[in-house]
Structures are given as C-alpha cells and as structure tokens.
Write a new protein. Structure first.
Lengths: 155, 733
C-alpha cells in the first residue's frame, strides 16, 4: 500500500506498511538518517520532525497519518529560523555526542517559528520532551535565546 | 589514479590498507613504532587527494594541505577528537581549519591507551592524559621534517625558518611554502630522534578556543552513528533476551514471527533468540510475534529490597581492608562523640541516547565491525573468539557513539559478541547484519552501575576535631571475573569499588575502609566516574554530617582537613568563593551545599543552591563548579564536560534507579527510568584553575560532587539528610 506526502518540499510516495512509524519510513525506506531512534515511545524526542510545521515524534506517528501532509526532517530545514538555530548551535558549541541534536534543533525551530521571543519557561515547556543524556541543556537554552536575538536583529 | 610509492628502508615496516574518504582510491599508509633506531619516514601514496605524508601513526598531511589526525580514541561526546587534534595541530603549527580527524583501526601496538597498558580503548577519563606526550611528539616530529624539507630546498639554515598555520616562512628571502608543497620532500627524510616541544607560553591552540571538529556535522544531521550505517544487502536483527538474568532458552516457536512481511530468519544465539529481517520495523514486529519459553532454573529471582537487606547484614560482618591507618575501630569505640550514617545506592543504567548497536559483516575468513567502539582491541579479540577467527582477521571501524558513559567499554564486549553470534548463526556468508537494541533492551539488558550499601562512623574529640573514620562498602565487583581481575584486584579488593573512599583525602588520624564484595547474576559495569559515583556521595554527605555534629561550617571544616592537599583545597576555596559562600545562609526554603572530589587525578568542587517548596519538591537553582584538570587543552570542552557531568549526576541522584522485582527489571523506558530534562537543569558556572601541569581527564569527574553538594544543600534548606538514593525515594527519610 502506498502513502503520498510532501517530504522536505518534495512530493513523495512510499510503498510501505501504513502502520510503519514515520521515523523508520524516513530512515529506512527514504534513506534520510538524520532523524534518530531513542525510545520508540515519544518519550525522548530524538525522532522529532515537523508535520505541517508542528514538532511531532515520528517514532509513534504511523506513516498513513501523514498522507497529503508536509513533513520536514533535519535534512530539509531551510527556513531563516532554522538557519538561525543551527548557527546558534555552532556558535555556542552545543552538541557533545550529538545524537539527540537533530531532534533538539527540530523542537527549537518549531518553538521559535511560533514564539519569536521565548522566555525560559517557554523553553522549558517546549523542550522538556527532548532528552539529552550529555545534558547540553544550558547551551540549548542559551542557543535558543541567541537564535531569537539574531532573527530579531535581521528582521 | 596516480600511484606513487616512497619505499621504506625500514625492514620491519607494517603496511595498512585504508579506504581513502568517499573516493574509490586506496591510500596506502605505512606505520612504524616510535621506539627503536632512527628510520626513514615512510609514506606511500595514491589517493584521489594525491600524495600524503604519513610520518607516524597519528598524522597524514596531503599535498592539498589537508591535515588528517588519526584518533585512537572514541568520540562519544566528551570531545576526544577535538582534544587529540588540538594537541597534534599545536606542535605541528597546523592551520586548524584544515585539520580533520579520522578514527584509527584496532591495533594495540600503535594505538594502545598508554594508561591502560597494552589495550586500545577509551575510558577512565584518560584520552588526553595518555595522548599528551605521544601526540605532542608526533606533531613536533612531523613539523621538524617539514621544516628540514624547506631548509634543504631553499638552502637556508633551519633556525631561520618560522611556521604559522601550516605555512613555512623564510623572512630573509621572503620565501614561503605550505605544508602540502613540502610533503614529498619531507617524506624522504629521517624521522628525528629528539625534538624540543613547545613551552606552554608559546601555545596557540592549547588553552584557547578552537571550535570542535564534530559540531557542524552534529548540527545538520550528517554525522554518522552506527544507527545510520547502511551497507548493500544489510539486514537488521533484534534479540529477544530472557526477562531474568541467568535464564536460558527452553524452546521457541517462530511460526508467527516468520509470517511477518520482511522477516528473513529466526536463529537461537547464546543470549536468546534473534529475529533477522530486512528492516527494523519488520524485525520489531517479528520479535513481538516470537514465542520463547525460558528456563529460569539458574535465574536471579530476588528483588532489590532483598538484596539490600543482605547488604545491610553484610556491613555488620568482617570485611576486607581497603585502607587502614591507625585504629579507627578503637578510636570510635572510646570517643566521647560519635556520628554514624548509612547510604543506599541503586543499580543505574547508562542509557546513552543511541541504544546499543553494531554492524557485523562476517565471512569465513574475516569479520568487519562498525560500532561506536570504546574497547577496540578487546572487542576485536572477543569478536574473533566468537567467530572462530584470529584477532587480526577482525577489523573495526569506530564510528561516533551517541553517548556511552562507560556502557560500550565492557570486558565481555556483550553487544559486539551478540552481533557476531547473530551473523554466525545466520550463515557466515558476508551478509552485513545490524544488531539493534531498543530502549527497553537497554534498560533490561544489564551492565548496570552496581547497587551499593555504605555504612560510616566517625569520632570527634572534645575539641570537635575529627579523630577517626570508619567506612564499610558492600556491593558487587565490576572487575571480578573479567580479564582485569588478575591485574587489578589486589587482596580481594576491586579498586573500582573503593576509589574515592579508600583514597579519602581528609587528614584524619585513624581511618579504616573495608569492602564486602557480593555476587549475583545481575551484570554490572563502570558507569560515568565509576567508583566515585557512589563513594563521593557517601564521603561528602557524611563529612557534612560530621561537620554539623562538630558545630562547624561545612566548607571551613573540609578546608581545615585539606591543608596537605593544595590542589583539592584550591578548588574547594575557588568554588566557595565564586558561589558567595561567605555571604551567609540563603533565605528560608533555600539552601547551599558543598562537596569536593578527586577522580582520575582531576579535582572538582561544587556548590549547589536549592529551593525546597512546602510540598518538599526540590529545585536545584544553581551549581558553581571549580575544576583543576592540569593544562586545560580546550577550555570550552572542559566547561561543557563539567556542565554535562553535573546534569548527568543530578538526573541520577534525583530520579535514577534500576530495580528488580522477583528478578525482573521494573524499568522499561524513559517514563519509568527518569533522567534529567531541560526544566530541571540548573544554572551552571564553571571556573577552571589555570595550570601548566600535564592534562588529566574531564569526561567523568564533574559527575562526582554534584549529588552530595545537592544533598547537603537540601539539608541546609530543610534540616533533612538523604540516606537512600535516588532523592525521590530517600527524601522523606
């Protein structure tokens, strides 16, 4: 059975089990490895992608549920906000092992696209679903503020 | 493809074939040992990038000016790749923007961890400490050869040359040459016996801020972890393991599993039953459909509570001595003022973000392994034994690890051996197979930080001076029954059970530290900062209780006992000063606590500030950290490791516990094995003691003091001590 959706701006049709989680469809069927597997139960956020602009956990999202919708993975990040987030991540040298960072960046980008000037409490609310075992949290928080400032400055 | 060979005159050379980047060309690099008489630099070349100069096992320079540093250590987040590259590039005077890092193959002769001796591996926060002189010499000797090549070419005295960012200059004749342009000439020169290393004041990269070599790829999703490895025809395997440690397969029924689309094969392996499929999704469904009956005859069937009861009783019985100074028992018995406490620590899982995984390609005459490999030559030997091959028939490609915290460094190579056993049972036909663990497999699968019980007693004299200290530790040994045992376990005492306790730094006239080692089938392993993950808590929480009993300020009490330990005292004072310790107590409902530790020769002190609300909910607001790690090679990485260590340690003391109920692990995933999240991360300030001493490690030591610092802060805020970890279980005590 096939499912059609827009993946990173490209119309995509996958002939795969409609119950297959989007995470594995993107990784193993399409071949985009940037989105990671951490828990399989929407508990850690390593698999975060955007579905119609919202941050979602692809490990519990059946492929069938994205039919006709827009999916963006770390490989497809293009927006000014996303670029600002990635630049801030580099400027503040956020990653350690790096495994969770695709998911962190997807969540941070979705947050900033809705809320251009998040407070620490907003960041806690938006980012507490993304675990980082290296505990790079202080730098993630600082990088989100840095990205928000740089977007504001260039607006 | 061009092929050029600069032939070695060294008869005992060893030749290594290596894939050169993404290109199909093969670059031939030849390594040699540092020891021994002077020899020709050996570099044979042929790659798409052109000629390379490979003066030693750690470095290649291309005619395109690229500098490739070969890392013998795993990059698991701790910054080893950047540290290694910084050391080499410093002495080489390389252009940092042209430096890249490549992982070394498994080879104990060239790539041993010099702290471990003869094995290649990463752990014990030793990557910088053991590489420091080796890599400085490697960089310096290569630099000397490039300079000699330029001097010979220009016919000018060597002493008139300078080097900056990969370019050699002769100011008198206004000539300059990039490293790449000197590669061919340098490759024909003898390797110098002796070189003069830089003075610390001349460092341009060490101690300054170089960007990490791995950050860009970790921000755009292109960094390749084992999870991301794809090889043509690769299959994915999951293993159904017994729910209790020590159980075995009685029988299994693969009928339903085999009917799942995409399933390829179901095979029994020593650890359970493996399902092998064309994709993870098919394998996962196949495993769910697989029916296995287990034989629990030899399985662990007890609960954590029963194990802890046994530990408590053992603490009252005679144990082995790990440290004896004076007569602590007598001094405590006859003291006018005694203090005592016990502390209980649960099993802990490492739970790295990347669940364990390994790709194995096994054929009759060789085995290739791709993994975030932390113990390369141990894994090579264990894989060879499992496959029935010689170790040199096993090659290991070390990839980035998505965290490890010790989990991937295990003497039995559990996940590697499992992957090889699956490939062996599948058919030894060269089919690449990726063994994938899920989070549930990770939390149920063992190799935990052991559970421990600590009992402490102290004596104070009439002047409230600490005169005696007695510490009994009960728990499993990490090294027992491994190849480390004969080397490391002396008189029955596993040093990883007592480090941080037997090595207590405080000046106390009578000290006794005893160890009672327990045995059961729950597999255990070192977990970030190893013994100090529990001993520092016990020592630093208890000394706080003793200070309180003595009516002393906890900082001043510690400092007075550390007059003979200048580095430890200095970090203690620095942390206290930066935290504003002398400004007096915090307002009601808040508290400040302090702790200090030495781990892997690095000194760390931390001051924690907490708020406790009326419901008893604890929020850690701020942690001030002072660290002395010798020369800070990359100060920002030192800071990052302290920040990360604090977060890692804090998650463990607040929430972390793996528990058994009738032998079954009660935790499954991050819902009931809680780790620190963004909303719980305190503000962290890190202060690095300036130093030109040789570097020590930073990956682990930051974890040690945070637990007791926070526990002591909770006492300051509430008057309640914590004796049972994690806090969520012990706070009411």
């Amino acid at each position: 059975m096939s499912t059609s959706f827009v993946l990173n701006g490209k119309r995509t049709t996958l002939d795969a089990d409609p119950k297959m989680p989007l995470l594995w469809a993107v990784r193993e069927v399409v071949g985009l490895p940037g989105t990671k597997f951490g828990c399989g139960m929407a508990l850690c956020g390593a698999c975060t992608v955007h579905l119609d602009g919202q941050a979602i956990r692809s490990c519990v999202t059946p492929l069938s549920s994205v039919a006709g919708r827009q999916v963006t993975t770390i490989e497809g990040l293009q927006s000014e906000t996303a670029k600002a987030v990635q630049s801030a991540w580099i400027e503040l040298q956020v990653p350690q092992c790096g495994y969770c960072q695709s998911g962190q960046i997807m969540s941070a980008t979705a947050l900033l696209e809705k809320n251009a000037a998040p407070t620490d409490a907003d960041i806690d609310a938006a980012m507490s679903g993304n675990i980082c075992r290296c505990a790079t949290y202080s730098r993630i928080r600082a990088a989100i503020h840095t990205a928000a400032h740089s977007i504001k400055a260039s607006a | 493809m061009t092929h050029e060979s600069l032939v070695s005159r060294q008869p005992a050379r060893r030749i290594f074939l290596k894939r050169a980047g993404a290109a199909t060309a093969i670059a031939l690099t030849i390594g040699f040992d540092w020891a021994g008489p002077a020899r020709r630099a050996i570099a044979a070349v042929a790659s798409s990038a052109g000629a390379v100069f490979a003066p030693n096992a750690f470095l290649r320079i291309g005619i395109d000016d690229s500098v490739t540093v070969i890392a013998k250590h795993l990059e698991m987040g701790q910054g080893a790749y950047t540290g290694i590259a910084t050391i080499v590039a410093e002495e080489l005077d390389a252009d940092w923007s042209r430096v890249r890092v490549e992982s070394a193959p498994a080879d104990a002769k060239r790539y041993a961890n010099l702290v471990f001796g003869t094995m290649q591996g990463t752990g014990g926060s030793s990557a910088m400490a053991n590489s420091w002189m080796q890599l400085r010499e490697a960089g310096s000797k290569a630099r000397a050869m490039l300079l000699t090549a330029a001097a010979n070419n220009w016919k000018v005295p060597l002493a008139q040359l300078t080097v900056e960012k990969g370019v050699v200059y002769h100011s008198g004749s206004k000539r300059q040459a990039t490293f790449g342009s000197l590669v061919r000439m340098a490759a024909s020169l003898p390797v110098p016996e002796n070189v003069t290393l830089k003075e610390p004041r001349d460092f341009k990269l060490i101690g300054r801020q170089a960007s990490r070599v791995d950050v860009a790829a970790k921000v755009d999703g292109t960094a390749i972890f084992t999870l991301d490895m794809v090889l043509p025809g690769m299959l994915v395997a999951l293993i159904k393991r017994p729910p209790r440690f020590g159980a075995t397969v009685k029988s299994f029924d693969a009928t339903a599993a085999s009917a799942i689309p995409g399933m390829v094969k179901v095979v029994q392996v020593p650890r359970g039953v493996a399902v092998i499929a064309k994709s993870f999704w098919a394998a996962k469904q196949g495993r769910e459909a697989l029916k296995v009956e287990w034989d629990d005859t030899d399985a662990e069937k007890r609960s954590s509570a029963a194990l802890m009861d046994e530990y408590r009783q053992l603490a009252e019985r005679p144990a082995l001595s790990a440290r004896k100074q004076g007569d602590a028992a007598q001094a405590i018995h006859s003291a006018s003022h005694r203090v005592s406490a016990s502390y209980e620590f649960p099993y802990l899982a490492h739970a790295p973000m990347e669940p364990l995984d390994a790709v194995v390609k096994l054929s009759a005459d060789g085995c290739e392994i791709w993994a975030g490999d932390q113990f390369q030559t141990v894994d090579q030997a264990n894989a060879a034994k499992t496959a029935g091959l010689d170790p040199q028939q096993v090659s290991i490609h070390t990839l980035f690890a998505g965290g490890s915290f010790g989990r991937r460094a295990n003497p039995g190579s559990d996940y590697i051996v499992e992957a090889v056993s699956v490939a062996k049972a599948y058919g030894v036909d060269g089919t690449p197979i990726k063994l994938q663990w899920t989070r549930e497999d990770d939390l149920h699968g063992g190799l935990y930080r052991p559970m421990y019980y600590h009992k402490l007693e102290a004596a104070l004299n009439d002047q409230n001076e600490l005169t005696a200290w007695r510490h009994v530790i009960v728990g499993q040994s990490i090294m027992a029954d491994t190849f480390f045992a004969p080397l490391m376990i002396k008189d029955g005492v596993d040093p990883t059970s007592v480090e941080g306790a037997a090595t207590i730094a405080y000046a106390i006239p009578n000290i006794a530290v005893d160890l009672s080692t327990t045995k059961n089938t729950v597999p255990v392993l070192w977990w970030r900062v190893v013994g100090s993950s529990h001993t520092t808590f016990a020592v630093e929480a208890f000394i706080d209780e003793v200070a309180h009993a003595a009516g002393a300020d906890p900082f001043a009490f510690r400092r007075n006992l550390l007059e003979h330990e200048p580095r430890m005292k200095a970090v203690l004072e620095l942390a206290a000063d930066k935290a504003g310790w002398s400004s007096g107590p915090l307002p009601k409902g808040r508290g400040r606590g302090i702790a200090v530790a030495e781990a892997f020769k690095t000194y760390v002190a931390q001051v924690a500030e907490v708020s406790v609300d009326e419901a008893g909910h604890v929020k850690v607001d701020r942690v001030v950290c002072a660290v002395d790690c010798g020369t800070p090679i990359n100060p920002d990485i030192v800071t990052a490791q302290m920040e990360g260590g604090i977060g890692f340690g804090l998650g463990a003391v607040q929430h972390g516990a793996i528990t058994l109920k009738d032998g079954r692990i009660e935790q499954d995933n991050f819902n009931n094995y809680r780790v620190l999240r963004m909303n719980e991360m305190p503000k962290v300030e890190v202060y690095i003691v300036p130093s030109t001493l040789p570097p020590t490690g930073v990956g682990e030591p930051g974890v040690a003091p945070v637990g007791p610092a926070v526990a002591n802060a909770i006492f300051a805020a509430t008057g309640k001590r914590i004796h049972v970890l994690p806090f969520s279980k012990g706070a009411a005590a």
